[in-house]
Design a protein around this ligand. Structure first.
Ligand SMILES: *[C@@H]1O[C@H](CO)[C@@H](O)[C@H](O)[C@H]1NC(C)=O
Ligand SMILES: *[C@@H]1O[C@H](CO)[C@@H](O)[C@H](O)[C@H]1NC(C)=O
Ligand SMILES: *[C@@H]1O[C@H](CO)[C@@H](O)[C@H](O)[C@H]1NC(C)=O
Length: 633
């Protein structure tokens, strides 16, 4: 009896073993081979055949760009998990020098700029990383992510081996590169490739520059595969010996691909920036790339065996004053939203592009894609009433000490911020005049100036309006020019000429204005916080513009994402608990500003609006975005 039972148990065990094996074979048959093979860390990404290999195995880069500096840190992981669930395997990380080194002597890697934590998270979520440390990254950022203090040097030649530029890059890389070196693939980390500069072929002013950047990376311990990335116009002059050339495009251009294959035979083709949409400029329309058009390009690229990186997978927001601007055909500053019509919307919601891509990419993944995370609630908070007012003139004592100068001085060269000048925001230039007449800016106002006479508004200078009439008078009057940096150009040949404020003589009846008092209004959180001591008055009293308006937003329970609308206001900036959420402007197209929950507290929140010309005393909150009138690309 006992013997029989043991034999019976044995048989049962064999049956179970057989059934498990059968199940496993069936499971493998339907799922394809799993990639959970231990990756051989001694061989990184290889580019010397028509396919990439990673750890010695064939590998296709299915990448997406996601900017840590364009979303709250609390949402980093959510966006990465959504990226992984879409079927992508690689995260492309652009590193903005301007934000990491706002002043020469200050390197920031904490909070929302903690790149090490970001790389840790990518590894945790299971994404490989392509790192793009610049120094220039473009990315639709003010000056393409270069710090504006570089422009204090009159002779500066950005993105060249000009000694002043190289010295600054060396200081920055000495701090940045050692932080990312341990995250390289061969050291057990997620970084499989590093890009040298960005789109240098369309700049190409210095034949030695790219080798300098390449060596600057390698000398500091970068040992993974190097890439360069260029669009159609730059392909010819881009590239550097020892780095794989890659392409940027929106629509497939067979000539470019053929050209790349001729330059670089037996190499994998990577579409480093496959543009999923486009950024918007103030005064224009919201751009949309139809989902089917994007899908057609992605499908075709993958069918030809190429690798891709979606720029952007998720755009996020130009918080504060970080937005760039276009130089051509004429100056146009980018809006606050960086939705980009990407697969994930500005608020992290799934779009039609996301769903279609996920369907397509599931065929290129050997594992079943992970579940799509749930979405976040959007709250329609009760409107905020702005019940207090402070005129700009009454706020001046709370900003930097004014600076007196016989000649006008541009923002970057002002003696503020520990000798680093002013990077962003507004600068007020005041002088005394007696007679009126014709005031000519001669293109020396960058980018926009509200002009006042004894604090009364008399007109605006901007790139297309360079002359104003000043009313006549017989006694001394104060002429004030409130000049705004609307965003430095982020791309093209004109980057050395991005000094802001007043950059040359302003003529009144052919005589240059002299003897200025200059107030730097960069509107930092410290300045906004210090305004609690200022003489706020209750609304509605006699209002003066420009001015600050203050109110409260009460959040019941856990803060949620929301969208702010300011109908009846004209142009300005919103600060929530001192944090600059970005600009609004009735020029459109953007009609609502994204306010992420992590910027709000449970309970009371301080809302301050800086408005240039016209107020309605009320902010509305909605539960959906409004990027304005849309046009297809
Ligand atoms: C990893 O690859 C290297 C180089 O091809 C080889 O020498 C090594 O034996 C491999 N290691 C394993 C564990 O397969
Ligand atoms: C690529 O390079 C590696 C190492 O240099 C070599 O082992 C391999 O055979 C090369 N592959 C091709 C296709 O040339
Ligand atoms: C303008 O302001 C100055 C003081 O800055 C004052 O002396 C003058 O009377 C004012 N003129 C007018 C016309 O208001």
């Amino acid at each position: 009896m006992a013997v029989f039972s043991i034999r019976n148990n044995h048989r049962r065990r064999y049956v179970i073993l057989f059934l498990s094996l059968a199940c496993f074979i069936i499971y493998r048959h339907f799922r394809g081979p799993t990639v959970k093979i231990r990756i051989n860390r001694s061989v990184g990404l290889r580019v010397n055949s028509s396919q990439f290999t990673l750890g010695g195995k064939p590998f296709r880069i299915l990448g997406g760009s996601l900017h840590y500096f364009r979303l709250p840190r609390a949402y980093w992981k959510d966006r990465m998990v959504k990226m992984k669930a879409c079927g992508l395997n690689t995260l492309t990380v652009d590193v903005p020098w301007s934000l990491h080194q706002p002043e020469k002597g200050e390197l920031r890697f904490q909070g929302g700029l903690d790149i090490e934590s970001y790389l840790h998270l990518a590894a945790e979520v299971g994404l490989w990383v392509i790192l793009r440390p610049g120094p220039y990254i473009g990315s639709d950022l003010d000056l393409g992510g270069l710090p504006s203090w570089l422009l204090r040097d009159r002779e500066m030649m950005l993105r060249t081996t000009y000694p002043g530029f190289i010295a600054a890059v060396n200081v920055y890389f000495d701090k940045l590169i050692p932080k990312v070196v341990p995250f390289q693939f061969k050291k057990g980390g997620p970084i499989i490739a590093v890009q040298v500069e960005n789109k240098y072929g369309s700049h190409a002013r210095d034949g030695n520059y790219m080798s300098f950047v390449k060596e600057a990376l390698q000398d500091r311990g970068i040992s993974e595969v190097l890439l360069t990335s260029d669009d159609h116009e730059g392909l010819k002059y881009g590239g550097v010996q020892g780095a794989l050339r890659t392409l940027n495009l929106q629509k497939i251009n067979h000539d470019d691909i053929k050209y790349l294959e001729t330059l670089q035979p037996n190499s994998p083709v990577l579409m480093m920036e496959l543009w999923t949409g486009r950024s918007d400029g103030w005064g224009g329309l919201h751009h949309s790339l139809p989902a089917e058009d994007l899908l057609a390009v992605v499908r075709e690229t993958l069918r030809r065996g190429m690798s891709i990186n979606l720029y952007m997978f998720h755009g996020g927001t130009n918080f504060g004053f970080m937005n760039g601007a276009l130089a051509n055909p004429s100056y146009k500053a980018l809006v606050t939203s960086y939705d980009y019509d990407a697969p994930l919307s500005e608020a992290g919601d799934y779009t039609q592009k996301y769903h279609l891509l996920r369907d397509l990419l599931s065929n290129f993944n050997s594992e079943i894609l992970s579940e799509m995370p749930g979405l976040r609630w959007k709250e329609e908070y009760e409107a905020t009433i702005l019940f207090q007012h402070l005129s700009l003139w009454d706020a001046l004592p709370y900003t930097h000490e004014p600076f007196k100068s016989q000649f006008p001085v541009n923002m970057e060269n002002l003696p503020v911020n520990n000798g680093n000048g002013q990077a962003y925001g507004y600068t007020l230039y005041e002088t005394t005049i007696i007679r009126g007449g014709s005031l000519k800016s001669g293109r020396n106002i960058q980018d926009r100036a509200l002009v006042f006479l004894n604090q009364s508004f008399i007109g605006i200078f901007h790139h297309r309006n360079v002359e104003l009439a000043v009313p006549d008078g017989k006694e001394k009057r104060t002429l004030s020019l409130l000049v705004e940096n609307c965003g430095r150009v982020h791309y093209g040949k004109d980057m050395d000429n991005q000094r802001k404020g007043i950059v040359g003589n302003i003529l009144l009846n052919h005589t240059p204005l002299r003897d200025f008092t200059i107030y730097s209004l960069d509107m930092t959180p410290d300045f906004i916080d210090s305004l609690y001591r200022a003489p706020w008055k209750s609304v509605p009293n006699k209002l003066s513009f420009p001015g600050f308006f203050q109110g409260r937003l009460f959040v019941n329970g856990y803060p949620s994402d929301t969208f702010m609308k300011l109908p009846g206001w004209s142009k300005g900036v919103v600060f929530i608990n001192g944090q600059n959420i970005g600009r609004y402007w009735d020029a459109g197209p953007q009609q609502a500003l994204f306010l992420p929950g992590p910027f709000l507290n449970s309970g009371m929140n301080q809302v301050i609006v800086f408005e240039e010309a016209e107020a309605d005393f009320k902010i509305q909150f909605e539960d959906s975005p409004d990027l304005g009138m849309t046009v297809d690309i």
